[in-house]
Design a protein around this ligand. Structure first.
Ligand SMILES: O=C(O)CCC(=O)C(=O)O
Ligand SMILES: [Fe+2]
Length: 375
């Protein structure tokens, strides 16, 4: 997934958002004084079926505050998921991805993008394009079901023309066995996790119950996207990019990746940062990496700007990553939330909330997916 805007945000704070002793937010030690760190946030108080307790409100307030500060200041954070996903579950999906990419070229190409609607299915090495340049990875792209199920292919009922982007079915590998059922379980879990993080973010912005109900309504039929990505090591002499720098289009990206340090890199928001400064968002056991996308930027008028990131995978090991893009409903109208304006006002930062206009998410997505592939 790529987004082509490359505006850099404003000054960010490099300070931890809470004392580490609370065990809700800690920070990764900085490589040196100028390298910022990413917060670690525990979403447990917002997870489904969490029992009510006398301390729940207080725990939620801590998580909500941490989410707010991370989204306002960094745009990337670690989410502790070990109370929601077992290590076996987390390892299994990466192993299934690795097994799929290990199958023959012919077998993988049997479910190539051209066999569905041009955007769902397997994309071979260098087929994905970011900022006009081919990425050094292969991948399997899966989306929520066809958003136009009731429409005939054309007004005249012609069924011979090619499918429109997103109109086709997902293409699932027949090997490894259980790939589909395990990934479908993962998708359901990621949707629940995405909703929990949205709830915490709504509280972090100080939304009323009614405001949260409206926001939840915008994501409850999430037009999610999931990519299973395989990164061979960059060959010597390559220009050094496995996935070019970009911001994500949507709402929340929930990324689970092989435990290989250094490959995913985040551009700090500080306007004073040097042109080549990137920080590593290296995997931490029991955590996934979360970042916000352009839809949150619209909801908050830029108070939560989407953050640039890229992948430079030089380790000799083949790397598998599974970003799950928890997105708004296809027909959701996304625009500035009153709560974002209020929150920035309370913090004396009204000038950081801009009128960026609104978008229908599905229309925005269709504009983006068209430019992603080289056929
Ligand atoms: O593979 C990764 O670590 C990140 C991939 C990514 O940023 C994307 O697909 O949008
Ligand atoms: Fe991304």
């Amino acid at each position: 997934m790529i987004a082509k805007r490359s505006r850099l945000g404003r000054q960010r704070s490099h300070e931890p958002t809470e004392p580490a002793s609370l065990n809700i937010i800690m920070t990764i030690p900085r490589a040196d004084d100028s390298t910022p760190s990413l917060p670690i946030i525990d979403p447990t108080p917002y997870l489904p079926a969490i029992p009510s307790s006398p301390t729940l409100a207080e725990e939620r307030a801590r998580t909500a505050k941490a989410l707010h500060e991370a989204c306002r200041d960094v745009g990337f954070f670690y989410l502790r998921v070990d109370s929601f996903l077992s290590k076996d579950e987390m390892d299994e999906v990466l192993d299934l991805g690795r097994e799929f990419f290990g199958r023959s070229k012919e077998e993988k190409e049997m479910i190539g993008l051209d066999k569905s609607d041009g955007v769902r299915g397997y994309q071979k090495l260098h087929q994905n394009i970011t900022q006009g340049k081919a990425d050094h990875h292969e991948g399997l792209d899966l989306y929520a079901p066809n958003p136009y199920p009731s429409r005939p292919k054309t007004e005249t009922g012609d069924t011979t023309r090619p499918l429109r982007p997103l109109e086709g079915p997902n293409l699932w590998p027949s090997h490894p066995e259980h790939f589909r059922s395990k990934m479908e379980t993962w998708i359901e879990k990621m949707k629940a996790l995405g909703t929990a993080v949205m709830h915490g973010m709504a509280d972090g912005l100080g939304m009323t119950g009614e405001e949260w109900d409206r926001l939840r309504g915008c994501v409850e039929e999430s037009f999610w996207v999931m990519r299973v990505i395989g990164y061979p090591p960059l060959p010597p002499g390559a220009d050094g990019i496995s996935c070019g720098e970009h911001k994500d289009y949507g709402c929340l990206t929930l990324l689970h990746a092989d435990p290989i340090p250094g490959s995913l890199q985040v551009r700090p928001r500080s306007t004073s940062s040097k042109a080549e400064e990137w920080i590593a968002a290296s995997p931490i056991e029991g955590c996934i990496v979360v970042n916000i996308g352009s839809m949150w930027e619209l909801w908050t008028g830029g108070y939560y700007p989407a953050t640039l990131h890229r992948v430079v995978h030089t380790s000799p090991k083949y790397r598998v990553s599974i970003p799950f893009f928890f997105e708004p409903n296809f027909d959701a109208q996304v625009g500035l939330l009153d709560a974002a304006r209020r929150k920035a006002g309370e913090e004396g930062r009204d000038d950081e909330v801009k009128e960026l206009g609104g978008r229908v998410y599905g229309e925005y997505l269709l504009e983006k997916v068209g430019g992603n592939f080289k056929y």
